[in-house]
Design a protein around this ligand. Structure first.
Ligand code: GDP
Length: 470
């Protein structure tokens, strides 16, 4: 092959190799340096070919701006347990299904669409920041807008704060729904007051956060909420090209006894059609049938539309990306991904660790060090946060993505994984589930009993002077 490309006789090339002290057989592979020396002798300059494309990737399609069309916003409802996330999702769903659509039986496919004033909005059907961040940790972000539900009789609670930080870390704008205003003990103003501490200042008070008082029970304020979601979506100018091979994200998947592997997918770009050949994570197949959230058969699905698809060879995972491609590519890429997954590198990328911090900073890979801080009491969390923020470095900026009181939990690990953060624990430990998840997600956690030690370690790591612990 080499001789051929040089335009020379194989014998001539072998002779040159021999003269250079290399006894090459006809099928022997030459390394680049040898090949380049020999080519030089023939007066030919060789250059390296571009490295082969990653066989586990599907080639990205670039959509020219003129192909982009407005698409519906995708909304996730977050907030503290019992503040009414599920009730709100149900209330919205009941009030905004038009009569001719109401025939079908409601199916849970992980998301649903409502129509309001002629426009569509897609709601993720699994409330909470956990699902949202778990997807993000796997590289998939589907949410455009987070609706933060805060019960007007209960106010800001730990998971309210978690939700705020998870949404902020993802760069997703927040609309606050102050729920349960029908209750006698409701105090919306108090909620607004509390939220200012987390940087959410109501438009009524001169800030830029939309806050809508609602009651999921009495169906108060739902129109106002939907209206505001549409306003924000318009500002965001959400667009996608519907006329291209589809790309989407798996929001749920299961093995159905009668129907085989079933995956709920939110389409992000292009249009998915029955009959399309797809690759989804490590699975592939041909779309045999698609259902919407009312259990009706559909033939196609456009951007921001959730559909349940049948026809895959296996059950994919939530967060897996769907691509339409040809059968040969689907098969071979799925196979390559499976191989890679088996050697377990596909889903878990190496995360930032304190030990490797300096290296990453030096290589310019890390400009910002995200930290999650958990402590036993609010005072120490604040003291630690402030001291850490005070560490001066020209190379790296410290950003605290979340801090809170209590044991390190799974939500912390997911956020760390999604935002590539280090976790610093002060007088707290991870619970068992968190420890296991941290191992799987390769998240670095450091526990301290002395604030000074924590600051010292982070400072030393940034400056490349952390003593290795063996
Ligand atoms: P989630 O855990 O955030 O999904 O909360 P749920 O939707 O399960 O609601 C928790 C509790 O609050 C349930 O008992 C609901 O009936 C109640 N609830 C939800 N929304 C309202 C509301 O608008 N008004 C009143 N009074 N109760 C509500």
């Amino acid at each position: 092959d080499f001789a051929e490309r040089l335009g020379r006789d194989v014998g001539e090339v072998m002779k040159k190799l021999l003269m250079g002290g290399i006894m090459a057989t006809i099928n022997q592979e030459l390394d680049f340096d040898t090949a380049s020396l020999i080519a030089d002798e023939f007066g030919v300059t060789v250059t390296k070919e571009a490295p082969p494309e990653d066989p586990t990737e599907i080639e990205e399609i670039i959509d020219p701006p003129e192909t982009l069309k407005t698409r519906p916003p995708v909304v996730t409802i977050m907030g503290h347990v019992d503040h009414g996330k599920t009730s709100l999702l149900d209330a919205i769903r009941q009030t905004n299904v038009t009569s001719h659509e109401a025939g079908g039986i409601t199916q849970h496919i992980g998301a649903y669409q409502v129509r309001y004033e002629g426009k569509k909005i897609t709601f993720m059907d699994t409330p909470g920041h956990e699902a949202f961040t778990a997807m993000r940790a796997r590289g998939a972000q589907v949410t455009d807008i987070a609706v933060l539900v805060v019960a007007a009789d209960d106010g800001v609670m730990p998971q309210t704060i978690e939700s705020i930080n998870h949404a902020k870390s993802a760069g997703v704008p927040i609309i606050v729904a102050i729920n349960k205003i029908d209750k006698e003990s409701a105090n919306p103003e108090h909620v607004m007051q509390q939220l200012t501490e987390y940087g959410l200042i109501s438009e009524d008070w001169g800030g830029d956060t939309i806050m809508v008082p609602v009651s999921a029970h009495k169906k108060i304020g739902l129109d106002d909420l939907l209206e505001n979601i549409l306003v924000l979506a318009e500002v965001q100018d959400l667009k996608a090209n519907p006329n291209r091979p589809a790309q989407g994200v798996v929001i749920e998947a299961k093995l159905d006894k009668g129907r085989g592997p079933v995956a709920s997918v939110l389409i992000q770009k292009g249009t998915l059609r029955v009959g399309d050949t797809i690759i989804v994570g490590t699975c592939f197949g041909k779309v045999r049938a698609m259902n919407n959230e009312r259990g009706e058969r559909v033939k196609k699905a456009e951007p921001s539309i959730p559909v349940e698809i049948l026809g895959l060879n296996d059950v994919p995972e939530a967060g897996d990306i769907l691509n339409v491609t040809d059968e040969k590519t689907a098969r071979s890429v799925a196979e390559k991904r499976l191989e890679k997954k088996r050697s377990s590198e596909l889903h878990v990328n190496a995360k930032v660790t304190l030990d490797d911090l300096f290296n990453q900073i030096q290589q310019g890979e890390l400009k910002e060090l995200p930290l999650i801080i958990k402590g036993d009491v609010q005072g120490s969390v604040e003291a630690l946060s402030q001291s850490l923020m005070g560490i001066k470095s020209d190379e790296v900026r410290i950003a605290i993505v979340h801090s809170g009181v209590g044991a390190i939990n799974e939500s912390d690990i997911m956020l760390a994984s999604a935002s590539n953060a280090l976790i610093i624990g002060f007088n707290v430990r991870p619970d068992a589930a968190a420890r296991k998840m941290a191992e799987h997600e390769k998240v670095d956690m450091r526990m301290y009993r002395v604030i000074y030690d924590a600051i010292n370690d982070v400072e030393a790591a940034i400056k490349g002077m952390l003593e290795k612990k063996y």
